[in-house]
Design a protein around this ligand. Structure first.
Ligand SMILES: NC(=O)c1ccc[n+]([C@@H]2O[C@H](COP(=O)([O-])OP(=O)(O)OC[C@H]3O[C@@H](n4cnc5c(N)ncnc54)[C@H](O)[C@@H]3O)[C@@H](O)[C@H]2O)c1
Length: 433
């Protein structure tokens, strides 16, 4: 599993790239190898890909969070024979050491710098589009959107894609409904072995981690408001309760709201929760969930964070307008907005997904399943694209179950199978009371 580590110090690479500092590659390799220890399913797939080369000669353009787990996915695709170019799917989620290692050690053209501005972000996306990918691998649909909105001539060469997250899938379904989507995309997010675990346990734990790294506050006894009780919101609520916080959920879906009640959480309207909460976390995939009307009611010292894909879940323009007393950077990922000249509201990681911007994103153990699905989905698109239409496809059930089987196997867990009598019983309709 281990490699010869690159030497420390200044370095250059002939590979096209734009990363912060190639001299960080050594630290990056150590991180990537540490993550790999927790990614046995992806490793098994990589070993098979090395032999079978199912992606031989395929150009893949990837736009994903540039983390140590993603690096292991890139290694897997490369082992399968793909030519990959990678850019970041968020300006604040890049781990600069990993970006350096991807270029210097793993030979993958990478365009990602933590803290890049909007122009730089789009320059990186365009650099990936310039490689004329035949397949896209997106997290949030920014690459697909760029190709469809600004680079339609490049679309002819693309035969398929995959998408990692809920927000991306929503955008793709909207494109398909409008008849705008030009090639088939497999929604990796819809795999059970992705969203049951990654969105819930991965984001649950790493959101708590991000908030603690950004603030070092005590969560026990704190009033925590979570907007959105989907897979991500459930995970955060569960983990916040585990830390001793009092948790309130804000929802718009009546069924999901009842679920939150039955799970033992308070449910209230956003406007009521605004005055009650000490810490607010959005996880809806929606727009301006907390806005001026809420900010006006928040307590002195209220803290806001977002774990949804885009930073527009919080209306930060309104907050900036209201901050007549100024804005101060208090810690690396903590900004203070002074309202009315005296009341203060704090925002973590500029409203970008706090678990990736202020911490390291999901632990590798959970990304193992998400990225196993990504690798298998890429193989599936490579094999079947000629039969697919330009729409959003769910991950084939057999693939999903295979990922679960391999994960259990890697954990040393064996489960039961039905006896022949049970099999006959569940398939018959004659048996009854
Ligand atoms: N931070 C991460 O690492 C990470 C990981 C996975 C997903 N995501 C993102 O998190 C977001 C949520 O994902 P999910 O899988 O939980 O989606 P989901 O569809 O399962 O849940 C979203 C929930 O938000 C609710 N909602 C929508 N608008 C609302 C509003 N205005 N007020 C209150 N509730 C509202 C919906 O009713 C739904 O129950 C998406 O943007 C997704 O892309 C982030």
């Amino acid at each position: 599993m281990t490699s010869t580590l690159p030497a420390d110090g200044p370095r250059t690479s002939a590979l096209p790239h734009d990363v912060t500092n190639l001299g960080l590659a050594r630290d990056g390799v150590l991180r990537v190898e540490w993550a790999e220890r927790e990614m046995p399913v992806l490793r098994l797939i990589r070993e098979r890909f090395e032999k079978e080369k199912p992606l031989a000669g395929l150009r893949i353009g990837a736009c994903l969070h540039v983390t140590s787990e993603t690096a292991n996915l890139m290694r897997t695709l490369k082992a399968g024979g793909a030519d990959i170019a990678l850019c970041a799917s968020n300006p604040l989620s890049t781990q600069d050491e990993v970006a350096a290692a991807l270029v210097d050690e793993y030979g993958i053209p990478t365009y990602a710098r933590r803290g890049v501005d909007r122009d730089g972000y789009y320059r990186h996306l365009n650099a990936v589009a310039d490689t004329h990918p035949q397949m896209t691998m997106d997290d949030g649909c920014d690459l697909v959107s760029l190709l469809h909105k600004e680079r339609q001539t490049d679309l002819d060469g693309v035969f398929g894609g995959t998408e990692e997250t809920t927000t991306g899938v929503i955008r793709l379904r909207a494109m398909a409904a409008d008849g705008a989507l030009r090639y088939p995309v497999v929604a990796v997010n819809e795999a059970m072995t992705k969203h049951f675990f990654d969105n819930r346990y991965g984001t649950g734990q790493s959101t708590v981690d991000g908030i603690l790294r950004a603030t070092n506050i005590l969560l026990a006894g704190r009033h925590v408001v979570i907007a959105g009780y989907g897979w991500v919101g459930k995970g955060i609520a569960m983990r916040m309760r585990g830390m001793g916080a009092q948790v309130t959920v804000v929802e718009i879906d009546p069924v999901v709201a009842i679920e939150a009640v039955m799970d033992g959480f308070q449910v209230m309207q956003g406007i009521e929760a605004a005055a009650w909460g000490d810490l607010f976390i959005t996880a809806t995939g929606n727009y301006h969930v907390f806005r001026e009307e809420h900010f006006k009611l928040m307590k002195e010292g209220a803290i806001m964070a977002n774990s949804g894909h885009f930073d527009d879940e919080l209306d930060l323009d309104a907050l900036r307008r209201m901050a007549v007393g100024g804005v101060r950077q208090i810690r690396r990922d903590l900004q203070e907005f002074c309202l009315d000249g005296e009341r203060h509201i704090y925002v973590l990681a500029e409203g970008r997904l706090v678990n990736l911007a202020a911490a390291e994103g999901h632990p590798a153990q959970v990304m193992d399943m998400s990225f196993a699905n990504q690798a298998l989905a890429a193989e599936y698109v490579a094999k079947h694209h000629a039969e697919l239409e330009p729409k959003v496809y769910v991950v084939p059930e057999e693939m999903d179950r295979e990922v679960a089987r391999l994960k259990l196997q890697s954990l040393g867990i064996t489960i039961d199978t039905m006896t022949p009598e049970q099999l006959a019983y569940v398939n018959s309709w004659q048996e009854g009371t």
